[in-house]
Design a protein around this ligand. Structure first.
Ligand SMILES: NC(=O)c1ccc[n+]([C@@H]2O[C@H](COP(=O)([O-])OP(=O)(O)OC[C@H]3O[C@@H](n4cnc5c(N)ncnc54)[C@H](OP(=O)(O)O)[C@@H]3O)[C@@H](O)[C@H]2O)c1
Length: 293
């Protein structure tokens, strides 16, 4: 049995669906049973509870030969770092207690750095923690910037035909579709073809500039979209206005500054695997329907 945390989410959902299609026995984990229902219908066993609870995590992992791990986003917490630490403790402790032998951890580009990358520092710590688990085979999936992040700009695209960000218009980013990460993780967990502790960097098929990005979005929605570069100060103000806690704002700002310094990139000499979904496909199949809804 393979246990998938975050199974109703972008990456875990694709990992679970991949494994179910391959006929694997899958346990899917999340807080809301109804969100797990489509996977349960496809044959998965649902396991409902909070990833911050060590007891629940141990229960979820019991009897698993392998697991997909992640730190789910949490926009409601007042202390983001403390939340991340609780999730790491629960998951790593659960792996140790149950003796699960193979895990794929959703990490991030830039997780080789010990500081200066905001929320990604916790993913560094998570990798280090799992490296210390004797006998565990762990695959660290260091993923790039998700295409789905672009959906955060939906409101201003709708209202003003503007997509804004702090990156220069000609800065190119190899964005990735999270479903590709899930399918890749599913394939590795099906084959269990990794041993010891290893890293793979997952990126999109092609780096695209912000200018190209708005062109592709405009084509998908049938209206022009303009890119506006804003200052990091403006980004910070936007996050505060959106109601994010000070700890989240400071974590995100550190990540954006780190991105500007080139820290959120594959580790030198590391293995880099491009995934298939193009930004054009995302724009047509995800962004445009969300824009119209
Ligand atoms: N965004 C990026 O550019 C980027 C880049 C690299 C890595 N990442 C990593 O990717 C992660 C997000 O992955 P994703 O997109 O697959 O997640 P997602 O789509 O936001 O899904 C989160 C999943 O976790 C579950 N969940 C949330 N809180 C939980 C809790 N307290 N206990 C149990 N289950 C919980 C959710 O289900 P319920 O709500 O029903 O519980 C859902 O299934 C980020 O946190 C980050 O670590 C992101």
């Amino acid at each position: 049995m393979i246990c998938i945390f975050g199974a109703s989410g972008n990456t875990g959902g694709a990992a679970a669906a991949f494994l179910l299609k391959k006929g694997k026995q899958v346990r899917v984990v999340g807080r809301q049973r109804e969100k797990l229902a489509p996977l349960a219908k496809a044959g998965a066993e649902s396991c409902v509870g909070d990833i911050e609870s060590s007891g629940f995590v141990r229960e979820a992992l019991s009897g698993a030969e392998a697991a997909y791990l992640l730190i789910p986003p949490n926009m409601a917490t007042n202390d983001f770092r403390a939340y991340q630490t609780r999730v790491i403790d629960a998951l790593a402790g659960g792996i140790e207690a149950t003796g699960v032998r193979h895990v794929a951890l959703l990490s991030s580009l830039g997780a080789h750095h010990t500081q200066g990358t905001g929320p990604i520092v916790a993913l560094h710590d998570f990798e280090e923690r799992l490296k210390r688990v004797a006998g565990l085979n762990a695959l660290f999936l260091r993923a790039g910037f998700f295409m789905e992040n672009v959906l955060m700009g939906l409101g201003s695209v709708r209202a003003q035909g503007i997509y804004s960000g702090f990156m220069p218009a000609e800065a190119a980013v190899p964005m990735i579709a999270p479903a590709d990460i899930g399918s890749y993780a599913g394939g590795r967990l099906e084959r269990l073809d990794f041993s010891g502790k290893s890293v793979v960097h997952l990126i999109g098929p092609k780096a695209i500039t912000q200018t190209e990005l708005v062109g592709i979005l405009g084509q998908a929605i049938g209206k022009p979209v303009r890119y506006v570069q804003v200052s990091l100060g403006d980004v910070e103000q936007g996050l505060r206005q959106a109601g994010l806690s000070p700890s989240l704002v400071s974590a995100f700002m550190e990540m954006y500054r780190g991105a500007g310094q080139g820290l959120i990139a594959p580790e030198a000499g590391g293995s880099v695997v491009p995934m298939p979904t193009t930004f054009e496909t995302f724009a047509k199949e995800v962004f445009a329907p969300a824009y119209r809804s």
